[in-house]
Design a protein around this ligand. Structure first.
Ligand SMILES: Cc1cc2nc3c(=O)[nH]c(=O)nc-3n(C[C@H](O)[C@H](O)[C@H](O)COP(=O)(O)OP(=O)(O)OC[C@H]3O[C@@H](n4cnc5c(N)ncnc54)[C@H](O)[C@@H]3O)c2cc1C
Length: 292
């Protein structure tokens, strides 16, 4: 299907883009177009104006700065995935990106577009939540920071105002004694997750867990942190029984009803399994990092 008619706007500065946003009742930012254009073709979205931000040079940056990996709104997913400085600073990002769709889609799609789109099964919202990241939004009233915990509200719904533009996402650099893992289960590689888990585990010198950050995607109406599972890991040695208890504690977080992809019970089982494996891998990597 073809999209409905729309006005096309091509700003070259953030200020022009913000002004264009304010001047239209129902506009949409066009970043990589990998989610927006399909939703328009399916007539799920019908914006009167598309503001194409690909001409704004200031939005292309990928850098490590002040303890954060900073990803500009027009940085393509594939460029971030291949960036070694990003990988050294926060290896969870590359591991999660390798699960996002396929290379041709990542060549066009942006991380910020994925965060703004907020698909409940998408990987990058879970990564932003687990790392305690945030986005910077520009609007007619100025610039504000939105923490990951306050950003995702519902499937394809965020707390961003309609006239705001996200200019960058910030993912904190991982501490030296923190291990990471992103794991998901899909029927085919590149599909959205039936359940996925982003895990960060920080260990003390004696091997006990001092910090655990776990976030899941695909299990409900939005990506979520798993505080009960996190609490069950902190202060303990991460043996088999402790990790199994964390997996059990995660299961009530599944709120997705039975659908054509999975029953609720199957999703709970998958969530428990990927969480168990992700925590095990993150623990192992934390141990290896301590030894280097
Ligand atoms: C076949 C296929 C499979 C896919 N599989 C996956 C998958 O497994 N996992 C996954 O996470 N994604 C998947 N995607 C989606 C893909 O990752 C998209 O690239 C991503 O979700 C959106 O990024 P984009 O840059 O293309 O955004 P766009 O499509 O351009 O925009 C998406 C939405 O975000 C808004 N937006 C974009 N940028 C901004 C901004 N700076 N400020 C405010 N609002 C903004 C847009 O207005 C729009 O509403 C898939 C896509 C396809 C076509």
């Amino acid at each position: 299907m073809k999209p409905p008619l729309f006005e096309y706007i091509f700003p070259t500065t953030i200020e022009e883009a913000v002004a264009a946003r304010a001047a239209h009742d129902y506009s949409a930012i066009l970043a990589g177009g990998q989610s927006l254009i399909p939703t328009m073709n399916f007539r799920i979205a019908n914006p009167g104006a598309l503001i194409d931000i690909s001409g704004i040079e200031a939005l292309r940056g990928i850098r490590v700065e002040d303890g954060d990996v900073v990803i500009g709104a027009m940085a393509r997913q594939r460029d971030v995935e291949l960036d070694d400085a990003v990988h050294r600073a926060n290896p969870l990002i590359r591991e999660a990106l390798q699960n996002v769709a396929h290379v041709p889609i990542r060549n066009r799609g942006t991380i910020v577009g994925s965060l703004a789109h907020a698909d409940a099964a998408a990987e990058m919202p879970a990564v932003l939540l687990a790392t305690g990241g945030r986005v910077i939004a520009h609007g007619p009233d100025g610039v504000r920071t939105v923490d990951a915990d306050d950003l995702f509200q519902f499937h394809m719904t965020t707390s961003l105002a309609p006239e705001e533009i996200v200019t960058e996402a910030r993912f904190p650099v991982l501490a030296d004694n923190t291990g990471w893992a992103f794991l998901e289960f899909t029927r085919r590689h590149g599909d959205y997750a039936i359940a996925g888990v982003a895990a960060l585990i920080t260990l003390a010198a004696d091997g006990s867990c001092t910090q655990a950050a776990l976030a899941a995607c695909g299990i409900g109406s939005r990506a979520v942190r798993l505080p009960e599972s996190e609490a069950s890991l902190v202060g303990r040695q991460l043996g088999e029984a402790t990790i199994k208890a964390a997996a059990e504690a995660a299961k009530p977080a599944v709120t997705a009803p039975d659908d054509s992809h999975a029953t609720t019970a199957f999703r709970q089982h998958v969530l428990g399994t990927v969480l168990t494996r992700a925590v095990g891998i993150a623990r192992q990597r934390a141990t290896e990092r301590q030894g280097t």
